[in-house]
Design a binder for this molecule. Structure first.
Ligand code: ADP
Length: 481
């Protein structure tokens, strides 16, 4: 299949493609082959400075652009992404490794974010508040200014849409820092946005390493809002840097999400969704993966047998061949997941499915299931971020809820049951930002998303994201003078 990538990538600052000030580059690899794709300019603090300055200069005009016009530009960006969907999906698959059909879905998600927030650009408004008759009081919802988006490697293009489209719709300008492992599609979207009519400087894209470009962005005094998606440890560092400037930050961190299956569930629906929840997206490298299966003792054996059969049937191979499960993103991630396979064997014994890394180049790991896991084991408590499922048995509703909540994370949770009351009792009592009932990964750009507990704070997606990207001003006028 045709390669869409090029050998040399530059930073996108002030509407121009430029090398890093230091001239440093980083190599991005194809995780299915471990071959380099190309050299990418590696930005550092100096480049972030340049990007923030360009964004600051662009801010007043973008803020004052009529909202419907901002919406039209975002619509044009969505159209451009759709026109280039095949090319973008192939670049994403080469850079990230994920199966081509999943990359295609992610590209469409990115277009949808621009389309969705395009429609919201002219519907962001405040309230009027009744006081006594001598006053008029109203609120204005204003953009923050320069926003910084620190983007992870698991959903590179989708997260460009998710974090940048609402920022721009609300009148902010942006400096995006894609992950060093997967910088290509953010640059591509940046270029398409310019061609679609986005003024130079409104969106800058600065690839680079986290400790350099990422830290420079999070700690920059002229940045007025930071959006971070990634690991808890890095999120804590980013928040500390941002708070030194009293810059609002919003964190979307990890998960160890419970997928709870009762005997009265539709068996096939529960099996299908359990497979999708852990193996069906980005090889399990997804913060909302259903990585803890809590299954009732009455159906435990039958359910795990069926799951094992299905997991073993999944094909594992290069994303460009569109297998069910592609490679992990990098050597680091591959080593980390293999370490958890050893930890899992020590804690819970041989896995009932998978457990191996096939002997070939590329960062492939078989879909793996550990059965008879205790909820206090490391493979039940720690985010593995790979195709590894931990199965835990429970005996009643109360125990299921306690197990579901007994982790530091609280991103999503799922329940499979035909008992409507039980489903909604669980939805009420589980400590998670999103709850799926008889489904996993439901909801699209419209549904607010974000974590409880160590999974973060702030909400992305839907109308809620606009709150993260605006600040509220109250105006109180005495009209009796
Ligand atoms: P992982 O450890 O799985 O690579 P991270 O949470 O570290 O995930 O990375 C998510 C994003 O955060 C990436 O864009 C990365 O470059 C960036 N990043 C990493 N370290 C820092 C840091 N110290 N400051 C700011 N950003 C960082």
């Amino acid at each position: 299949m045709a390669t869409e990538t090029i050998d040399q990538y530059e930073l996108l600052i002030d509407g121009e493609l430029v090398p890093a000030a230091s001239n440093d580059t980083l190599k991005t690899l194809n995780p299915a082959t471990e071959d380099p794709i190309g050299d990418v300019a590696a930005g550092d603090a100096e480049d972030i400075d340049r990007a923030v300055e360009s964004a600051s200069d662009a801010f007043p005009a973008w803020r004052d652009t009529p909202p419907q016009e901002r919406g039209r530009v975002l619509t044009a960006i969505a159209d451009a992404i759709r026109k280039n969907a095949d090319r973008l999906a192939r670049i994403e698959t080469q850079d990230n490794g994920k199966p081509l059909s999943q990359a295609t879905t992610d590209v469409e998600d990115c277009a949808r974010y621009f389309e969705y927030y395009a429609g919201i650009a002219d519907k962001i408004h405040g309230d009027s508040i009744p006081l006594t008759t001598e006053y008029v009081d109203y609120t204005l919802r204003e953009p923050l200014g320069v926003t910084g988006q620190i983007i992870p490697w698991n959903f590179p293009i989708s997260l460009v849409g998710r974090t940048i489209a609402p920022a721009l719709a609300a009148g902010n300008v942006a400096v995006a820092k894609p992950a060093e492992q997967t910088p290509l599609t953010a640059l591509e979207v940046g270029k398409l946005a310019l061609d679609a009519g986005l003024p130079p400087g409104v969106l800058n894209v600065v690839p680079g390493f986290g400790a350099e470009a990422g830290a420079a962005l999070a700690s920059h005094p002229a940045v007025n809002g930071v959006s971070f998606t990634g690991s808890v440890v890095t999120g804590q560092q980013v928040a500390k840097m941002a708070v030194d400037n009293v810059t609002p930050v919003h964190l979307e961190l990890g998960g160890k999400s419970p997928n709870v299956v009762f005997p009265d569930a539709d068996f096939e629906t529960a099996i299908d969704n359990t497979i999708t929840a852990i193996f069906g997206t980005a090889a399990g490298q997804v913060c909302s993966a259903g990585s803890r299966l809590l299954v009732h003792e009455e159906i435990h054996s039958e359910f795990v047998d069926a799951l094992t059969t299905r997991a073993t049937e999944l094909s594992v191979g290069p994303g460009m061949e569109d297998h069910d499960v592609g490679p992990l993103v990098s050597a680091d991630q591959y080593d980390k997941v293999r370490k958890y396979l050893d930890i899992g064997r020590d804690e819970a014994g041989e896995p009932v499915a998978g457990g191996e890394a096939p002997e070939r180049s590329g960062y492939f790991i078989e879909p793996t299931i550990f059965d008879h896991v205790d909820n206090d084991m490391r493979i039940a408590q720690e985010e593995i971020f790979g195709p590894v499922l931990s199965v835990i048995e429970f005996s009643d509703e109360q125990e299921a809820l306690e197990l579901a909540n007994d982790v530091d994370y609280g991103l999503v949770a799922g329940i499979f049951t035909s008992d409507v009351g039980r489903a909604h009792r669980f939805a009420r009592d589980v400590r998670a930002g999103q709850v799926y009932i008889n489904e996993w990964f439901a909801g699209g750009v419209e549904t607010p998303f974000g974590g409880y507990k160590q999974s973060g704070f702030g909400r992305e997606k839907g109308l809620e994201a606009i709150r993260s990207y605006t600040q509220l001003k109250n105006v109180c006028a005495n009209i009796d003078v």
